[in-house]
Design a protein around this ligand. Structure first.
Ligand code: ZN
Length: 240
């Protein structure tokens, strides 16, 4: 039996109760669009948050006709600013090509396993490998789930998928983000190269409003104004 003195015991309890979050995304703006409100909420609760971005986003919407390399550089800067708005200090860029079929899957898997094994997160968030319409998003979700398994870690707070290109027909968790909507919109707006021609902020704001209004069919009135929803991802191998 190990005995702690009072200080060590308190340290230990703080460590255990502190939420340790890893967010695995495909593109530099996914986290902000899909779960920016919840990220700001987690950051305010003193969670330790690490954001991992798999591709460099160099072939995304490019209204200023930058070269692929320049767009990738711009998007990295935009992602760092956006993360700062939300309170995320640690962003890791894998810098893979922005095309699902060109991503070095073994290399990404290895890096994800290494990060997960080192950080031992209590919660993991990623994209939806089943329902998202973007192939790179589905791949990110699949690699995230497989890497949690391969890392052999127990994610006590669960693995959660956030929604972007394909609103969920059913969800397992809803987070009201009323107090964090402004931060979320500001973070999305940092992605100047993307929102110059596609109003992602307005699009997701509508979805977040819809989520809150239609959250509970039995409610007399909505419990909040804006919400983000998540699907729980089972941590088990799949045959396909
Ligand atoms: Zn994306």
């Amino acid at each position: 039996m190990v005995l702690f003195n009072q200080t060590n015991q308190t340290d230990q309890m703080n460590k255990m109760s502190r939420r340790n979050v890893v967010i695995i995304s495909a593109h530099p703006d996914d986290m902000e669009i899909g779960m920016g409100g919840t990220v700001a909420k987690l950051a305010e609760s003193m969670a330790v948050i690490t954001s991992v971005v798999i591709t460099n986003g160099g072939r995304s919407s490019n209204p200023f006709a930058l070269t692929e390399q320049r767009l990738a550089e711009v998007r990295r800067e935009e992602a760092l600013h956006a993360a700062g708005v939300l309170g995320v200090k640690d962003v890791t860029f894998f810098d893979e090509p922005d095309a699902a079929d060109e991503i070095n899957i073994p290399a990404v898997a290895q890096r994800l396993v290494e990060i997960l094994a080192r950080l031992r997160p209590t919660e993991v968030y990623t994209l939806d490998e089943a329902g998202d319409r973007h192939p790179a998003h589905r791949l990110a979700g699949k690699l995230a789930r497989e890497s949690v398994l391969a890392a052999g870690i127990v994610v006590s707070g669960g693995i959660w998928a956030y929604e972007i290109w394909g609103p969920f027909a059913a969800w397992d968790r809803l987070e009201y983000i009323d107090r964090y909507v402004a931060k979320k919109m500001a973070a999305i707006a940092e992605h100047h190269s993307q929102v110059a021609t596609i109003p992602y902020g307005e699009g997701v704001l509508g979805l977040n409003r819809w989520r809150a209004v239609f959250a509970d069919p039995k409610a007399i009135a909505p419990a909040g104004e804006y919400a983000e929803v998540f699907r729980r991802i089972a941590i088990a191998p799949r045959s396909n």
